[in-house]
Design a binder for this molecule. Structure first.
Ligand code: GAP
Length: 493
């Protein structure tokens, strides 16, 4: 968490391209709006975010399993889910500046252009699902859709997942994967893309089951901005999430629990609590399937925006699939008997938005060092360590190569022998590498190396035989840096 910078979206875009995090897709031919390619560091950061999310939400929990559904499925799934008929936006064009954008139906006649305040011209409804043909021979092919959310594959497979994984209510099913929306105006870097990834959970209960995990969230506080506060022109109020539920502002214990848990996940990876708020959707803005929705919002450079949605979908989806497939979706639960469960909360997060958040939080231009320092949590850092030989030949060099190859067996590590040591440090600072390891003449004598910590620039001396173990503990925050070796003084920052 770094306080001293306010990056603009353009600066973030430039930084990501310069360092190899994100490029406009197909830039060689002018790019394609809403599509982005992740570079050699971007893919690592993205994978690390997904891995940490999966670890917290699937591997560490008794009540959740994961699936990986297909991007293209039987189009009946999207008829049943209501996406074909109801997943609609209104396209509008500003009469003054020509800005093209989409608005919700209920905003027609009220919304003004966010660029110049001008009035909008209604260009009609559109469905943002991408269509494609399945089948090589045109006459035999069928029209299908690229999925606009991952969630629906969980509902369509619900019975099989519950039976195969022998899940007992309450339980959840998680999924990470691509989703596609033909957004009218993709914008703000990767905030609104046409191809993106979602990390979603459908959490099922029945018969008003109480959330047994509320004691895990007792200390979690956030700015709450309910529908009522918005309509009466009040500001949001900072309060404990559990109190918002007790006062009836958040209607269900499950909704409060998931909101608090997801917010805490971001904080555990270094996000600044002051930049979040929980905002309830107004009656008019809720999706066709939702009875109550809260967004976890984050203060991006363009203002508070949706980071993650939490919809109460009830039994809308399972009922719809029963109706369209004419197959029962109810399950036989050992406690409640035969029941059609309801989704009491659906935490749904875009990977790209989490990616932006973690970079915005980590970025700092360090005036003393005269370079960017990316203070990413080591668990998210694309590269975990860099190995620098101080001498480019002989035994010192050979030993540094051996250390590098040994560490490579466990972590993404780079080897850099070019330029001054200061320059090598700054290269790693800029991409968020938490630890730099140098070998020098002493290394040959005492079989030890120097580790320099990115954020403090402090250095310690560690025996080579302990290096891999110490590095693992440092990355996982199981060991304090000063306790990992003998602190040494040095002038090179
Ligand atoms: N299954 C529920 C669902 O899809 P949503 O609010 O439409 O709900 C959930 O999307 C999350 O997916 C959002 O909170 C956001 O993080 C991400 N998301 C949605 N559309 C996106 C887009 N065009 N580009 C990037 N991320 C997007």
């Amino acid at each position: 968490m770094v306080e001293n910078k306010e990056l603009t979206i353009d600066e973030l875009t430039t930084f990501c391209k310069r360092e190899g995090f994100v490029y406009p897709s197909g830039e060689l031919y002018g790019g394609l709006a809403g599509f982005w390619d992740f570079g050699h560091l971007g893919v690592e950061l993205k994978n690390n975010i997904k891995r940490e999310w999966w670890k917290t939400h699937v591997h560490s929990r008794e009540d959740l399993v994961g699936i990986d559904g297909a991007i293209i499925t039987n189009p009946k799934v999207w008829e049943a889910s209501g996406h074909v008929a109801n997943f609609l936006d209104v396209a509008v064009v500003c009469k003054k500046c020509g800005n093209k954008t989409k608005i919700d139906k209920h905003e027609l006649g009220k919304a003004k252009c966010d660029k110049c305040g001008g009035e909008f011209l209604n260009k009609g409804e559109f469905n943002p699902m991408f269509m494609t043909n399945v089948g090589a021979i045109k006459e035999d092919s069928i029209k299908a859709y690229l999925r606009p959310e991952t969630a629906q594959l969980i509902f369509a497979n619900f019975k099989a997942i519950q039976e195969n994984a022998r899940l007992k209510l309450p339980f959840g099913v998680a999924q990470i994967g691509k989703a596609f929306r033909n957004e009218l105006s993709p914008r703000e870097f990767i905030f609104r893309c046409r191809e993106f990834e979602q990390m979603e959970i459908e959490y099922f209960i029945a018969g008003g089951m109480k959330c047994p995990y509320m004691d895990e969230i007792t200390g979690v506080e956030i700015e709450i901005y309910s529908e009522e506060m918005q309509k009466s022109g009040e500001k949001g109020k900072k309060m404990k999430v559990i109190d918002a539920w007790k006062k009836g502002i958040i209607k269900t214990d499950w909704h409060a629990y998931w909101l608090a848990l997801e917010y805490s996940w971001f904080l555990s990876l270094g996000a600044n609590p002051g930049k979040f708020r929980a905002r309830q959707h107004s009656k008019e803005e809720k999706s066709h399937y939702a009875s109550d929705t809260w967004d976890l919002e984050y203060k991006f450079p363009m203002g508070f925006r949706e980071l993650q949605g939490f919809a109460n979908r009830g039994n809308y989806d399972l009922t719809q699939h029963e109706k369209y497939s004419k197959k029962s979706m109810s399950i036989n639960d050992s406690e409640v008997g035969r029941v059609l469960p309801e989704v009491v909360c659906e935490p749904s997060l875009g990977v790209e938005r989490a990616f932006m958040l973690f970079l915005l939080e980590a970025y700092e231009y360090d005036e003393k060092r005269k370079n960017v320092v990316l203070h990413l949590d080591p668990l998210l850092s694309p590269i975990k360590a860099a190995v620098f030989p101080l001498v480019n030949k002989g035994e010192v060099f050979e030993m540094s190569r051996e250390i590098y190859h040994d560490l490579l067996e466990e972590f993404p590590v780079v080897f850099d022998k070019s330029g001054s040591l200061g320059r090598r440090y700054s290269r790693q600072d800029e991409i968020g590498t938490p630890f730099c390891i140098t070998t020098d003449n002493e290394t040959v004598n005492d079989k030890s190396v120097t580790i320099r910590e990115r954020d403090s620039t402090k250095q310690i001396r560690v025996k080579i035989k302990d290096l891999r173990d110490s590095l693992r503990k440092l990355i996982n925050d199981d060991l304090k840096f000063e306790d990992a070796g003998k602190v040494v003084n040095t002038r090179v920052k």
